[in-house]
Each structure stands twice: as C-alpha cells, then as structure tokens.
Design a protein around this ligand. Structure first.
Ligand SMILES: [Zn+2]
Length: 336
C-alpha cells in the first residue's frame, strides 16, 4: 500500500520527484499519454513565467533558473562556458554570495558583465518563486490563459452577448446570431432542407427574415420593442445588431431588460424553427412569447438588477419605479 491520502495533499511529493531542472529539461517520452505530452510541450511558457526572487540564493540555480531579467542563463549561453570557467551546472546563487554581497569570479564577469548590476541578495530571507503573469504572484489558471490567448480588438456586440446578466443557455445561440452564423436555410449548408421559412411558409429564411420580418415573429418582435421602449429602424439584421450594440452598452435596468428580452426572443424563435424542421412539432406565437417572458427570464432580469447594482432601499425603489414606468413589470405580469 502506498502512503495514506490526505485531504490537503496527494500521494506523490511532486516537489521531491520533479526538481526544476529535471522537469523543465525532461525529454518527452515516446510512450507517454496525450495529456502528459501536452503538459510537457507547454514548459517553454512556464519556464519564463516562473521567476526567482533571490534572497539567500540557496534554492536558486545559477544556470537553470529564471532569476535574471533576460531569462535563464542555460537558454542564452552554451554550456561550454561553464567548463571553461570551471563552474558546475548545479551551482546555486548562494555560492556567489560573500559578506552579504555578490562575489562573481572576474572571468565570469568578463563574459556576463550584466552580473555587476543585478539586485543585491538578502541573506536573511529565503528565495521566493513567483508566477509572473498572476497579480497575486502565485499560479492562476485564469490569468495564465488570459496571458497566452491572443486578444483581438473588442467586437462591437461584445456587451450585447456576454453581459453578466445573460442567461447561459441563450449566450451561445446569441453569439452565433449576432455574427449571422446560425445555419439558416438561405445558407449553402442547409440546401437539402429547401430555403423557405418554416414559420410562415412564404419567404426565404435568413437572419433578417426569421427574427423580425417573418409574419410569425414580427408581432413578437413588435411586442418586445413596445415593452422595452425601442424601435427598430432597420430591415437588415446585421445593421440592427450594430445599431443596438452602440446604444445598449451600459447595464442600466432598461438595457438589461432589452438585452435579455432580445436574447430570449432569438433563442425561442430559433427553437421553434428547429422544432418544426427536425421534430415536426409546431407551436403557436403565444406559446413562443410566453416562453420568451418565462419565469426564468423575468427572474434573471429582476435578479441581475438587484445583484449588479447592489441596491439599497432608496435605489431599489428607484429601480422598481423605472421597471414600472418602462414596462418590465407589465411584461412579467402579462404572462403570470
Ligand atoms: Zn417566415
């Protein structure tokens, strides 16, 4: 039997088994698993993210660790230099500390003169490892992924889809819709289903038609517009998305209501369209509208208003007044 499992640790002491040098320079075995291979392939990133802040120098390798501003010496110089200077590759930084200060051999300084300008050691303190891409100095998966990802410019419709009050199951649908990427019947990929809208049976199905020009969805769209106090001036879906993206940026009570209502309408219209095509199970306009303003949608509207704004009593009264005036409560009560 192996060692007893503890709630705060595993059976394997990784710190003892995998010394920094061995783990970072380990060759990828031919027989290792896919996941272990992927982890090992990311080591070149990790090596630069791990920084040694030198205290007494005992736990910091002169040759392998990332303690200088320009990265580990082993990545910048040939190991021949160690042989020529008579320095062992396992030498720690502590070996160069004399009388609380640096004491590098003159031959080494002639090759790496920058050693003269590094920060002085702090002998009464242990060396410290920090994860450089985290604001807390310790490893953070969230900040590491954020650092590694290539962030392009923010798209205009970002806040329309990814606002924090959005309903999770509708986010992905809305993300596709704002980019006109839902597989509508006017696209080549859906040619085997024909291209006539299954909601009205008259016109060609496209994003513009499906969500506000179709005889089936137009009354639902007008109802939402009236309740959320806005008017759509456009005939083209993409033009409307750009227009509302520039106007619904804030998380004001009315904008939250508008964004959630639009996502819900798009989601349930698309759901109805799919039910008709793939399940042969048509529903009615009233049923789609009821689902659009379902309890979960209303709760999300109300909950996000209260949560986001951290409302105190006077503010709560003010939000309720806004909701009453702007029709949010009416939208909810209408379908109770
Ligand atoms: Zn139609």
């Amino acid at each position: 039997m192996g060692p007893k499992m503890k709630s705060n640790g595993g059976k394997i002491a990784w710190g003892a088994v995998c010394k920094p040098k061995e783990l970072l320079d380990l060759k990828i075995p031919h027989s290792c698993s896919w996941s272990w291979r992927k982890i090992l392939q990311l080591r070149h990133h990790a090596r630069h993210f791990i920084k040694h802040l030198i205290g007494n120098g005992i736990d910091t390798s002169f040759w392998f660790d990332n303690w200088s501003a320009r990265g580990p010496l082993c990545l910048r110089f040939s190991s021949t230099i160690l042989s020529l200077l008579g320095i062992d590759e396992n030498t720690s930084m502590a070996n160069f500390i004399v009388n609380n200060g640096w004491n590098f051999p003159p031959a080494l300084l002639s090759v790496i003169p920058k050693l003269n300008s590094i920060q002085q050691p702090v002998p009464h303190r242990k060396d410290k490892l920090i994860w450089t891409v985290s604001p807390f100095d310790s490893f953070s998966l969230k900040h590491t992924i954020s650092h590694l990802m290539d962030h392009g410019p923010l798209v205009p419709w970002y806040n329309l889809v990814w606002h924090t009050a959005s309903i999770p199951r509708m986010k992905f649908n809305m993300w596709l819709a704002v980019q006109s990427r839902l597989p509508t019947l006017d696209s080549q990929a859906m040619v085997h289903h024909g291209n006539t809208c299954v909601l009205c049976g008259i016109e060609i199905e496209s994003h513009s038609h499906l969500f506000f020009r179709c005889d089936f969805s137009a009354p639902l769209w007008e109802f939402i517009q009236a309740r959320c106090r806005f008017y759509n001036y456009f005939l083209i879906w993409e033009d409307m998305i750009l227009w509302i993206s520039s106007r619904w940026k804030s998380n004001s009570p009315m904008n939250i209501l508008r964004k959630i209502s639009l996502s819900a309408l798009v989601y349930h219209t698309w759901e109805e369209r799919n039910n008709r095509i793939f399940r042969g199970n048509p529903s009615t306009q009233n049923r789609v509208l009821t689902k659009t303003s379902s309890p979960s949608t209303r709760l999300r509207c109300g909950g996000s208003l209260l949560h986001h704004r951290k409302l105190r009593l006077p503010e709560l009264v003010s939000v309720l007044q806004v909701a009453l005036v702007e029709g949010w409560v009416a939208l909810g009560l209408y379908f109770l």
